[in-house]
Design a protein around this ligand. Structure first.
Ligand code: AMP
Ligand code: TRP
Length: 331
């Protein structure tokens, strides 16, 4: 039996961080053997908010390099850049005739963007969910690993697919959100205020590109307090987050020691952070170094990107042939 298609996109609009790693990329790596995976860099989407293409080119290369450094095997998955697959743009055009102005204007992310960039409310922003639907439907993907914030977009993709099928015949399957295995972890910002994110709150976010000293500095500044006064106390969010990070990158014996110290009210947060900083340095360093090697190897990058585009276009053009046939556009 052929493997189910999994697809996800990453916007190249900033540096990838630990939240992206543990919330997304680590799962992509686990999926690559079981599913037919398409992962792509959403550079057309980025243009709706980041029109500077000089920056964009670097970011696209970095996202590709970092994904491989995190364990994606470009021989197993299709790792490609959105703008290398023109078939997506054609499907986007057809789906645009099935998307209504009213529903697009009601989309939460559109309303957020209107607030954030009132001087650049371009049509690309309005039709963002249509392009995202085209990204997914072009490979007839069934499973889409994305965070909660993307659920509305996925629902719209299902609506567009259903409208297409109703109007022209059954071609496009309905994609669903997909969590691989257990609950997804959420990585909080080091000051305990909200999630780690690509471009906000940079001194409280650990990026995969951070050097050793910067990692140490950020962790040593992470928010703590004077420690618990009652045995077996409840941990405040920002302390819980430090333990979450410790569990992700340190040995179990280390975690156990600090858990016990916390429960006995003898924990020294300075020591905890020093230990976490060293373990985090050891965790991030090989990823950063491998990503930098790949990023400076333009020949390799180009080979990876071309190979990805070829695989993606083969699948995309097969769907488009069906779409055109159903629409009687195959003259
Ligand atoms: P974004 O950086 O918002 O474009 O998200 C890319 C992917 O990383 C999505 O699947 C998110 O759910 C995931 N992600 C982003 N930030 C975090 C975070 N702080 N903790 C866990 N997952 C995250
Ligand atoms: N909209 C997604 C985000 O902001 C990125 C994205 C674009 C995507 N196209 C996609 C995700 C298709 C999954 C499938 O994170």
């Amino acid at each position: 039996m052929s493997k189910e298609v999994v697809l996800s996109g990453i916007r190249p609009t900033g540096f990838l961080h630990l939240g992206n790693y543990f919330g997304a990329m680590r799962n992509y790596v686990r999926m690559q053997d079981e599913y037919n995976c398409y992962f792509f860099v959403a550079n057309w989407h980025a243009l709706t908010t980041h029109p500077d293409t000089k920056e964009l080119q670097n970011s696209v290369h970095r996202v590709i390099a970092e994904n491989i450094a995190c364990g994606l095997d470009y021989q197993k998955v299709s790792l490609y850049v959105q703008s290398d697959v023109p078939e997506i743009a054609e499907l986007y055009l057809y789906l645009n005739t099935m998307a209504y102005k009213g529903e697009l204007e009601k989309t939460t992310t559109f309303k957020d963007k209107v607030r954030q960039q009132p001087d650049n409310v371009n049509a690309g922003l309005l039709t963002y969910p249509v392009l995202m639907a085209a990204d997914i439907l072009i490979h007839r993907a069934l499973k889409v690993p994305v965070g909660k914030d993307q659920e509305q977009h996925l629902e719209m993709a299902r609506n567009f697919a259903e409208r297409f099928n109703h109007r022209y015949g059954d071609v496009l399957p309905s994609p669903q959100a997909f969590n691989f295995g257990s609950e997804l972890v959420k990585i909080m910002s080091l000051d305990g205020n909200g999630k780690m994110s690509k471009s906000e709150n940079q001194m409280n976010t650990l990026y995969l590109a951070d050097d050793d000293d910067l990692i140490r500095k950020k962790i040593m500044k992470a928010k703590t307090d004077s420690g618990p006064t009652q045995p077996n106390s409840f941990k405040p969010d920002y302390i819980e987050n430090i333990f979450t990070l410790l569990k992700l990158v340190s040995d179990q014996t280390v975690v156990n020691k600090f858990e016990t110290d916390f429960n006995n009210c003898v924990i020294r947060y300075g020591d905890l952070k020093k230990q976490l900083a060293e373990d985090m340095v050891n965790f991030i360093k090989p990823i950063r170094e491998q990503a930098a090697d790949i990023q400076s190897n333009k020949a390799l990058l180009s080979k990876i990107i071309h190979q990805g585009a070829e695989k993606a276009r083969a699948s995309a053009s097969a769907t488009l042939t069906e779409v055109r046939k159903a629409m009687r556009l195959n003259y």
